[in-house]
Design a protein around this ligand. Sequence first.
Ligand code: C2E
Ligand code: CA
Ligand code: CA
Length: 537
Amino acid sequence: MFNARSEPGGTHLEVRARRDALVIFGGFTALLILFINIEAFEYVVRFSDGHESWELDEILTAMMVLPFAMAIFSIRRLREAHLELDWRITAEERAHAMAMHDPLTGLANRRNLTQALEKAIARADVSPLTLLLIDLNRFKAINDLHGHQAGDELLIESAKRLQAHVGSNAIVSRLGGDEFVVLLKDVANSETILPRIEEISASFDEPFTLNSGSVSMGASIGATTVDTSHISAGTVLSQADAAMYKAKLRRSNCFHFFEAGMEMAAIRRAEIESALRKAIDEGRIEPHYQPLICLKDNRLIGYEVLARWRLEDGSLRMPDDFIAIAEETGLIGDMFYGLVERAAADVRNWSPELTFAMNVSPVQFSDEWLVERILQILTKAGIAPGRLEIEITENALVTDVAMARTLIEEFKKQGIRVALDDFGTGYSSLRHLSELDFDKLKIDRSFIHNVAHNESSQTIVRTITSMAHNLGLQVVVEGVETIENALSVMGYGCDIGQGFLYGKPMAKAKPYPEAAATDEASDDDDEDGGGRLAHSA
Ligand code: C2E
Ligand code: CA
Ligand code: CA
């Protein structure tokens, strides 16, 4: 980058203007001295008198005026040079600002943050700091669905929300993509910092209003507090990143503080990503089946398909440890199709009245061939679309209601049923429920695990069930682990039960109630033992 100020004697333009003025002035003085010495003026007068017809007096007058014109010309050149200098200084300042700020949001950029962080770390022994790494949830899905314009709007609005909630003694920066960092420099103690992080996290719960409509996004926040100057900025950032990743795994808007050992997890995350890619290619993501039971007559009606990653050593990795990575890296689509294909091959051998339910991630909403490709797989396997059920989580719904509506309609048109999953954990409104054409509603297992003894769970299950029935939806209860809970939900009129009581997810769909009676010792395929209670009609 050029530097107009540091050039000795000003810019080249100023130097040239000054040199010109000097040359003209010097030449003029030299000529003057020469003319005086040879008494040129008297000679010229005499010569002019002798040649009246040559109009030499006019030429002489013009020559007397010329130096003034030259002087004015030089002054103007000098002024221009000054103006150009000012312009260059402004441009240089602008370039400097650009080098330190994110052009889209105007926030500090990575370079700027690193400098500020290094300074804050140097003082951390006396004045501890907290660093927050904020990663927007579902940003990729919204960006893919609504386009880059909407993505930019979201980033700008997120920047505004962050700035509004961090206070004046903080630096907000954008690292790139959908990652932001907040450096809080006035951290009195860990108790005072918690409500501040909670406030920042809560600010992302509110929907974002875009030109194209309203979307809900949320954020995962990793936090780390530094009270020593013996740590590098890079280490502090990777601590926050590791904590953020932990928060991300929970797949809801939340924050997590860094704990020792988490760095390893962050390093492993990159390894998991490439291993997952390989596992998908090699078909090592396998479907496991968990029974769905009609509560009225204790009859098996089908299975939910749950993804399991078979590792090289034969052990299983659970979906909570890889679905989020699959979503983030865009691997979820390939993983899903592979799973549908394998499930379809198994379903062919089942009794024809049995259904199977597949989970669809909101990231897949942007896949315009989703319904078509599923139908292709079903047709190839000779399975009627009516046997498939798609589960969409409540959180997926609030990401983009319009898109969810279109997709649900498409599935329904093809005879594929759609269930609203994890109901009660997200923010969907009653209006969404009545507007969208769901067939079933699955009450989240958190409301079921103690329903026999917890009054508020009872009220929630009862209310949701009667509301769903009024809207013409069937109610599925997840997480039924005990007979007590099963009896409770049956009393509230819930239609379908799922849970360890009826059977855990298993590699081969077993008939019921055999599935419930399966014991770990007797079945290698059953990943975690099967329901211990044999529950029969
Ligand atoms: P989900 O769709 O709510 O699936 C039910 C989860 O509850 C399963 O966990 C299941 O093992 C567990 N569960 C079932 N009965 C009981 C019970 O009685 N007690 C308790 N404590 N838990 C029970 P899993 O298989 O670990 O799956 C976790 C989540 O991962 C699923 O929640 C689903 O959201 C996601 N997931 C699984 N497979 C896929 C997939 O193929 N695609 C997508 N997008 N998500 C998937
Ligand atoms: Ca599900
Ligand atoms: Ca669920």
